[in-house]
Design a protein around this ligand. Structure first.
Ligand SMILES: CC(C)(COP(=O)(O)OP(=O)(O)OC[C@H]1O[C@@H](n2cnc3c(N)ncnc32)[C@H](O)[C@@H]1OP(=O)(O)O)[C@@H](O)C(=O)NCCC(=O)NCCS
Length: 150
């Protein structure tokens, strides 16, 4: 079941576990996550199974724009539609917040995630060269900017 996640340290540790499983060295740390929860404009939604978060999305509401910062699902729970449902939840939430669009950046080589966003109604509107810092995960630092009009 998808729930809006409130701040608690057990939840932060669960999100940090997902981050490490999905992003390795680039994971958001516990302090990063605590800081994100403390931002008035940040909102977290998670798929909760047996009281444990197995996938989550972070969205920042910035006036007319909802910025998707991070989406991640534990490897053993993938390809079950969890990320799709998280993005649907974010779009519904952003509409209630009177946003006009959802926007995000994604590494141009992260083809699985680009595919996910396209399936959820996002379109590539531009490319940002060298947007990301260098990592071993992808052969490029370039990002697509993708937008879904609400
Ligand atoms: C990207 C991610 C969030 C997708 O989560 P998920 O719950 O498995 O996604 P869904 O089950 O909702 O998949 C929806 C669609 O996305 C696409 N997709 C998802 N994973 C894919 C993969 N590995 N390869 C190709 N397409 C993929 C497919 O079109 C899929 O539809 P289908 O299953 O009917 O073919 C997950 O793979 C993940 O956590 N990856 C690592 C973290 C990451 O890169 N996050 C994005 C950057 S912030």
């Amino acid at each position: 079941m998808i729930k809006q996640l409130g701040f608690s340290m057990p939840t932060v540790f669960q999100l940090n576990k997902i981050e490490k499983a999905c992003f390795g060295k680039d994971a958001w740390s516990v302090p990063n996550l605590v800081g994100e929860f403390q931002n008035d404009y940040s909102h977290m939604f998670g798929e909760v199974v047996d009281d444990v978060v197995v996938g989550y999305v972070c969205v920042r509401i910035m006036y007319e724009e909802a910025q998707i910062c991070n989406i991640a699902v534990l490897p053993e729970f993938r390809r079950q539609g969890i990320a799709t449902r998280l993005l649907e939840t974010v779009a519904d939430f952003a509409k209630v917040q009177q946003c006009q669009r959802c926007e995000l950046e994604v590494n141009t080589a992260n083809t699985a995630t680009v595919q996910l966003y396209k399936k959820c109604g996002y379109e590539v509107v531009g490319t940002r060269p060298n947007f990301y810092r260098r990592t071993r995960r992808y052969p490029t630092r370039d990002a697509y900017t993708m937008v879904k009009t609400l």
